[in-house]
Design a protein around this ligand. Structure first.
Ligand SMILES: Cc1cc2nc3c(=O)[nH]c(=O)nc-3n(C[C@H](O)[C@H](O)[C@H](O)COP(=O)(O)OP(=O)(O)OC[C@H]3O[C@@H](n4cnc5c(N)ncnc54)[C@H](O)[C@@H]3O)c2cc1C
Length: 460
């Protein structure tokens, strides 16, 4: 296994990482990547054990409902890069299981790479979302054939790929990119049915980064949530990248291209659901604390809104439990989340989130956005006046109330909060994708039978 320091050293490997128009010399020492990297290095140190056989828990396989539940719980304490690694690995295993019957050679290759990745103790990211060009056209019908990542050359020892994958969380600080087709490819689109593992420093890989971190000049006390959670999103370009055969897990079999997107969607959505349960409880807590600080706890519409938030948080917790306890099992005995409950729950969490935030902002009031900085409280000229007018209730200091406002703004409308708002909808696929999968797994026959029964019609 690697230590945190060995992880940091491993990132200085010639990778081509860009940020705001500049090539980054070394991501491990660049301030924009520091929060993610420090978290990931701490994740390495937390589980480090010497010895040949030691492996990180991110590579553990769930074989029971209890394992799955334990994974969900412990994941909440992991850094984003390690969580992404675990999700990608589970997705690859699930997809390998689904294609094993038809493509045993590819399934074996994927499992061999996984064993090797575990030994090397690397971190990888899920690299699936293509640039996609015109959304109304499929991969093979685009004006620019590179709108979806594709094979541009097949050689005796591997393939050359070209294209771009967008919004790839933590790509710049990972070791490998797990490249998968974004959706089902059709006959004739064989060059787009490509799954493979590509080292971040492979020649031809360029990653343009976007960061939602607070501006360079800031006081972290005004960004308490962003100080805890943060990463960069990578715009990953494959400019004719050679991938050796042993790293290719699908090459042209369009009928299996969706196995990867579906498997990844399932694991990604379960992982985010666990996170959303905690997020929803945090929102309830912030709403309650700010109403106590504002003196509004007894006002009927505030009480009603807080109880609405409680119902949201509880529904998420209950559906996470259903997604885990209704686990499905692969022929190998690996536990996977329940497709119907996971997708329906992720859809509900995401589609209601904007309303939940609306209620929190309504409960908080305008200072959610305009509360003065703590530095204004410390300024001898303004401090006592800011304190006087920011105090609302006995027992709650002006500083405490200001900190709560900053936390609500940062957690829901700025910094990491702005990221969360869009991520909730898009990461793991948009709302439409979850609706499609939920519909596919819903017991429609049972519903039809009930419909006939209540209508007094004998089912044909
Ligand atoms: C912060 C963040 C992190 C992310 N992390 C990752 C990551 O680590 N790895 C990764 O691979 N991806 C990641 N994603 C990408 C995410 O999965 C996509 O954003 C999502 O699938 C939507 O794709 P898109 O952004 O291209 O939007 P679009 O596909 O353009 O979608 C926009 C809207 O159009 C609809 N739409 C588009 N085409 C169709 C169609 N043919 N039929 C029906 N409706 C359609 C969509 O449903 C949606 O409502 C991340 C996204 C975000 C915002």
């Amino acid at each position: 296994m690697l230590t945190g320091q060995q992880y940091l050293d491993s990132l200085n490997d010639g990778r081509k990482i860009y940020l705001r128009g500049e090539l980054v010399d070394n991501v491990a020492t660049h301030p924009a990547f520091r929060p993610t990297i420090e978290d990931a290095a701490a994740g390495y140190d937390r589980y480090f054990q010497p010895g040949e056989d030691a492996t990180a828990p991110y590579y553990a396989v769930s074989r029971s409902v209890e394992d799955l539940r334990e994974l969900e719980e412990v994941q909440l304490t992991w850094d984003m890069l390690s969580t992404s690694t675990a999700t990608g690995i589970n997705a690859l295993m699930t997809a390998a299981s689904r294609m094993r019957g038809d493509l045993p050679e590819y399934a074996d290759r994927a499992m061999k790479w996984l064993e090797d990745a575990k030994k090397r103790d690397i971190r990888c990211v899920q690299t699936i979302t293509d640039a996609k060009g015109d959304r109304s056209l499929s991969a093979g019908k685009q004006d620019d054939p590179d709108a979806y990542v594709r094979i541009v050359e097949r050689r005796s020892d591997g393939v050359v790929i070209r294209g771009a994958k967008l919004h790839i969380t933590s790509a710049a600080v990972a070791h490998e990119l797990l490249v998968m087709p974004t959706k089902r490819m059709k006959p004739g689109e064989e060059d787009y049915a490509i799954t493979c593992a590509v080292p971040v420093n492979a020649p031809g890989v360029k990653i343009v980064n976007v960061s939602y971190a607070p501006p360079a000049e800031h006081d972290w006390r005004e960004y308490p949530a962003s100080a805890l959670i943060g990463t960069t999103e990578g715009f990953v370009i494959f400019d004719d990248v050679f991938v050796p055969t042993e790293r290719v897990f699908l090459d042209g079999q369009t009928e299996h291209s969706a196995d990867f997107a579906h498997s990844l969607g399932l694991w990604e959505r379960l992982g985010s659901l666990g996170h959303y349960v905690e997020l929803a409880d945090t929102i309830v807590g912030l709403a309650q604390l700010i109403s106590e600080a504002n003196g509004t706890t007894k006002i009927p519409h505030i009480k009603e809104k807080i109880s609405g938030l409680i119902v949201y948080a509880t529904m998420l917790r209950a559906s996470l439990e259903a997604a885990i306890s209704g686990a499905m099992f692969t022929p190998e005995g690996w536990a996977t989340p329940n497709e119907l409950y996971t997708n329906a729950a992720k859809f509900y969490a995401a589609s209601e989130y904007a309303n939940v935030i609306r209620d929190l902002h309504d409960i908080g009031g305008g200072s959610t956005l305009t509360a003065p900085a703590l530095a204004d409280l410390e300024n001898p000229e303004t401090g006592s006046l800011v304190a006087k007018y920011m105090t609302a209730m006995p027992g709650v200091s002006a500083e405490q109330r200001i900190r709560l406002f900053h936390a609500i703004r940062d957690f829901t409308a700025d910094g990491v909060g702005a990221w969360q708002l869009v991520t909730m909808l898009q990461a793991g696929g948009g709302l439409y994708a979850q609706r499609v999968v939920a519909t596919k797994h819903y017991d429609m026959e049972h519903a039809r039978t009930l419909g006939f029964k209540v209508a007094g019609i004998t089912a044909p």
